[in-house]
Design a protein around this ligand. Structure first.
Ligand SMILES: Nc1nc2c(ncn2[C@@H]2O[C@H](COP(=O)(O)OP(=O)(O)O)[C@@H](O)[C@H]2O)c(=O)[nH]1
Ligand SMILES: [Mg+2]
Length: 263
């Protein structure tokens, strides 16, 4: 039987009742699959930031015990660390969609995406949140490809694939975004409220491309903030050929749906 999302049944986040309420406006959503070596460091680094931040981990039943590590952190930072556990690996896209639902239900204003493997530097979070807070944009994307290329420890093949994905996507969609597959960003909640998230079905890199495309097509203001991306040193990448294929098709699907919609 395929794994199911039973997250609502086993959400382990404390409710934001007056007794446990902590006044935070920003939520960082981190999807995890087998990130037990990284996740505590990520949580500690986010908690050390001088900002009103909470963190939500969406774990897909990682066999390496990632959720257990998160539960320990929940005790260390009461009310600021949240965990949603899903039964089995259901993919990055649905993990984020689940996290977005949590963020909207719990009234967060600034909603960030970040990987668990320290490829995204938690110290960059404030510079992603600041322009959204200052109403300079509705989505701030941590971009590897504005003002040069900022990627550390990637083989050339991976860099060519990632950079090429941008060239390909821009050629087909005309979307003016350099880092189309970026997974480090901050949305204002109004974006997630407006987009019909029930229509988003992509999962890997395609999920990031689709969210950027829909945000831009809705007329929201998108800003790219330069960040350095460092390939993970612990754990393993879940990237696969299927994920790349999905993204390649998705770009056409998005564009064609748009053209058909206009007709
Ligand atoms: N919940 C969940 N997280 C996932 C899944 N696949 C990948 N992730 C997480 O998504 C983030 C990015 O994945 P990663 O394998 O590092 O992708 P890469 O950076 O493109 O190689 C990491 O935090 C992963 O643990 C999944 O199926 N479910
Ligand atoms: Mg990674």
């Amino acid at each position: 039987m395929p794994p199911t999302d039973s997250s609502s049944a086993i959400d382990t986040h404390p409710t934001r009742s007056p007794a446990t309420h902590v006044d935070t406006s920003s939520l960082v959503i981190v999807p995890t699959y087998n990130e037990s070596d990284n996740i505590r460091i990520v949580i500690d680094r986010v908690m050390q930031l001088d900002a009103d931040l909470s963190i939500l981990i969406v774990d897909d039943g990682s066999p390496d015990g990632t959720a257990g590590v998160v539960r320990e952190a929940m005790d260390a930072y009461p009310g600021l660390v949240h965990l949603i556990e899903r039964e089995g690996k259901l993919g990055l896209g649905t993990a984020y969609l689940r996290g977005f639902r949590f963020a909207l239900e719990h009234d967060y204003e600034y909603i960030c995406e970040m990987d668990a493997d320290l490829s995204h530097d938690p110290d960059d979070l404030p510079q992603l949140i600041a322009p959204v807070k200052a109403n300079k944009c509705d989505l701030a994307i941590g971009s590897r490809y504005v003002g040069g290329v900022r990627v550390i420890n990637w083989p050339l093949s991976r860099l060519v694939l990632s950079y090429g994905a941008g060239v390909y996507t821009r050629a087909i969609t005309r979307m003016p975004i350099r880092d189309v597959t970026a997974g480090f960003k901050c949305f204002h909640r109004r974006v997630l409220e407006r987009l019909d998230l029930s229509r988003v079905h992509s999962n890997g890199y395609a999920f990031q491309v689709e969210m950027h495309y829909r945000t831009w097509r809705e007329g929201f203001r998108v800003k790219e903030v330069p960040v350095v991306f460092t390939e993970r040193t612990e754990g393993q990448s879940k990237m696969s050929k299927a994920i790349v294929r999905e993204a390649a098709w998705k770009v056409w699907e998005l564009r064609l749906r748009d053209l058909i919609g206009r007709l």
